[in-house]
Design a protein around this ligand. Structure first.
Ligand SMILES: NC(=O)c1ccc[n+]([C@@H]2O[C@H](COP(=O)([O-])OP(=O)(O)OC[C@H]3O[C@@H](n4cnc5c(N)ncnc54)[C@H](OP(=O)(O)O)[C@@H]3O)[C@@H](O)[C@H]2O)c1
Length: 280
């Protein structure tokens, strides 16, 4: 059933060409929101736009953008708010990681990761927030990770980028009190998407049992956003584990980060196009 809060509103979703972002776009469309879908792979965005226009009867604009390009956020803002297309919900979901020892990842890959996961996300919040505040309504949903809670050896920059996302989002939401606008950080655990391929990870035998579907992750994310939550860890077990962390000394956190990754995934060689930060 369509949720009245989203009916007729417009959401901009980055990373809507696959995985969690694609399912968030589907869930928002199901609840009556119009969409602007953003990623590098235009063919996938066009296919999603056709699917959602036909099935949900909503408007969908396709915007191809490489969020590792510093000019991309301004261009997205100009193509939407700048052209009279109001954005009520900004979903900063695009992101990727690299599962390798710190010195074994190219600087180009780190630079792209930092731009996509942090710089563009922050820039987009900064661009879209003032109009939301002026209209006294809106939401920002920033997709972090359970990695936001822990230093993660072999995933150091990725996990640290997500700690940034969680912290900046919670601080923004605190500042937004009384404005009619809310921000939420989403901290998924293992979720079945293309993420592992792009992070040169492979699941270990049996680890798929601990994975959540992207559809479930998306539904939880939208529900918690509408409930006004500031931060959510997806899944009951994941929530419990992140809650329980506070009872352990900080000195153990990197060990926990190492063990939780080593139990679930192994590193596999990265595809050349991904290593240089290009879309496949
Ligand atoms: N899956 C998990 O286990 C997991 C766990 C915790 C957090 N997360 C987070 O969830 C978010 C979504 O990831 P996912 O799991 O759905 O992975 P995914 O299937 O690989 O999707 C990543 C999305 O980000 C987009 N993207 C990547 N680089 C981009 C760039 N330079 N410019 C524009 N778009 C870009 C991709 O689109 P194009 O390639 O078409 O550009 C794709 O749509 C990420 O922020 C990730 O860190 C995932």
């Amino acid at each position: 059933m369509a949720n009245k809060k989203l009916q007729g509103r417009r959401a901009l979703v980055t990373g809507a060409s696959s995985g969690i972002g694609l399912e968030i776009a589907r869930e928002l469309a199901r609840q009556g929101a119009n969409l602007v879908v953003v990623a590098r792979r235009t063919d996938r965005l066009e296919a999603l736009a056709t699917e959602l226009r036909e099935r949900e009867g909503i408007e969908v604009l396709v915007q191809t953008a490489d969020l590792a390009d510093p000019s991309a956020p301004e261009a997205l803002f100009a193509a939407t708010e700048g052209a009279g297309v109001e954005i009520d919900l900004l979903v900063n979901n695009a992101g990727f990681g690299a599962y390798l020892p710190f010195s074994d990842t190219s600087w180009e890959r780190y630079e792209g990761m930092i731009r996509v996961n942090m710089t563009s996300l922050t820039h987009l919040c900064w661009l879209f927030l003032p109009n939301m505040k002026a209209r006294r309504r809106g939401w920002i949903m920033n997709v972090a990770s359970m990695g936001a809670y822990l230093p993660c050896p072999t995933f150091a920059v990725y996990a640290a980028s997500k700690a940034y996302v969680r912290n900046v989002t919670e601080a923004i939401d605190f500042e937004l009190k009384g404005t009619g606008v809310h921000a939420i950080s989403i901290c998924p655990g293992g979720t079945t998407t293309e993420f592992l391929d792009h992070a040169n990870q492979r699941l270990k035998p049996g680890a798929s049992l601990a994975m959540m579907s992207a559809e479930r992750c998306a539904k939880i994310s939208v529900r918690k956003m509408l409930a006004g939550r500031r931060n959510v860890v997806t899944g009951y077990l994941n929530s419990f584990l992140m809650f329980a962390l506070r009872f352990f000394p900080r000195g153990m956190y990197a060990f926990f980060g190492h063990v939780s990754l080593a139990l679930g995934v192994e590193s596999v060689p990265v595809k050349p196009a991904i290593a240089t930060g290009e879309a496949e």
